[in-house]
Design a binder for this molecule. Structure first.
Ligand code: SAH
Ligand code: SF4
Length: 343
């Protein structure tokens, strides 16, 4: 992925008229071109000059794995400086959602999350985020389908890399380019309060998801270390401000850890906080990442959901078609990297 200003600057350098820059930008973002060779509307000398100066692919795809029924695909990429990055495509009847990573690793270190265990290696650029989407858009094109939704729920904390994440949203949304509706894009945060306040001021109608995982500070401190900096009252106050300013709903994510955060006490406190009509709760079965936690059985999840609904919560259970290939959101573990013996 290359953004329009970068292409325009190179074209100006080369003494080319502005319409050439638009042609190239469209070929890359709408045509999903991977190089300049196929851009036959350009003179051959210009194609060569561009190839010397610009790299259309911001990430190299190393390996793609598909889930048994083809409902999910996970791709491992490497950055130009050798970092591993993963992204997932989830295919439903009408939707095709790409789950994008925003960082290599994550500094937050939630107790149940594979990305957190890596620590933070580096932020990804907007181009590297968009490339993850373009990669799957190219794969889908063969099936005559397209990417309908993008969720920033892969590795990393988007609001610890705010500017690049929002630039990626704007690039995906650009009507002269990829043209994905803002309402089809969701950003998930673990509850970085200043990020939520900034997000509320964004002109784009993007969706906000907030990862909760516990309804008391005592438990959330243990599961989400950042809760000590931004405790639940502060997170919910920021969500209320967001609803007022942006006139948008908030989706809360809750990874269910058997016997830990699915207790009656947690359900009661959760029901007191996550009230309709502006708040919706999405329960996610924990995917085993080799830690101390256990995945709830389907009937336990259904019982929790029923309990919460009876208490007035608007609540769904997330389908996770990628679980078989370790490709569910938040499970992007970089096993290959973890398997490397540390010096
Ligand atoms: N850092 C952001 C976005 C990436 S994590 C956040 O935390 O919201 C995206 C989602 O995947 C979060 O809701 C996260 O809690 C969830 N997740 C992390 N590890 C998981 C696991 N082992 N099983 C299921 N969901 C997990
Ligand atoms: Fe980071 Fe989100 Fe994983 Fe927590 S759940 S460690 S914030 S990626």
């Amino acid at each position: 992925m290359i953004d329009a200003p970068t292409i325009a600057a190179v074209m100006t350098d080369l003494g080319e008229p502005p319409y050439r820059a638009r042609q190239v930008y469209e070929a890359l973002t709408r045509g999903l071109a991977v190089d300049f060779d196929g851009m036959t509307m350009l003179p051959a000398a210009l194609r060569r000059a561009l190839a010397e100066r610009l790299r259309p692919l911001s990430l190299e795809a190393v390996e793609t794995r598909a889930a048994p029924r083809g409902a999910a695909r996970k791709t491992l990429f490497t950055t130009a400086d050798g970092h591993p990055v993963e992204a997932v495509l989830m295919v439903y009847a009408k939707r095709a959602t790409v789950c994008v990573s925003t960082q290599v690793g994550c500094a937050v270190g939630c107790a149940f999350c594979a990305s957190g265990r890596l620590g933070l290696r580096r932020d990804l650029t907007a181009e590297e985020m968009v490339e993850q989407v373009f990669h799957f858009a190219r794969l889908l094109r063969g099936d005559e389908r397209r990417v309908t939704n993008v969720v920033f729920m892969g590795m990393g904390e988007p609001f610890h890399n705010y500017d690049e994440t929002l630039r990626a949203c704007r690039l995906l949304n650009d009507e002269c380019g990829f043209n994905l509706a803002a309402r089809s894009i969701s950003v998930s945060t673990v509850g970085v309060v200043p990020g939520i306040d900034r997000f509320a001021e964004e002109p784009l109608q993007l969706n906000l998801a907030v990862s909760l995982h516990a309804a008391t500070d005592e438990l959330r401190d243990r599961l989400v270390p950042l809760n000590r900096a931004y405790p639940l009252d502060d997170v919910f106050a920021a969500c209320a401000r967001y609803v007022r300013r942006a006139h948008r709903k908030v989706l809360f994510e809750y990874v269910v850890l058997r016997g830990v955060n699915d207790t009656d006490e947690q359900a009661q406190m959760l029901a007191a906080r996550v009230r309709p009509p502006h708040y919706h709760l999405n329960l996610i079965a924990y995917n085993d990442t080799g830690g101390e936690f256990a995945r709830p059985r389907a009937d336990q999840l259904a019982a929790l959901r029923a309990r919460l609904e009876a208490a007035g919560v608007s609540c769904t259970v997330r389908r996770s078609p990628g679980a078989e290939i370790e490709a569910a959101c938040g499970q992007l573990a970089l096993r290959r990297d973890e398997a490397d013996p540390q010096p």
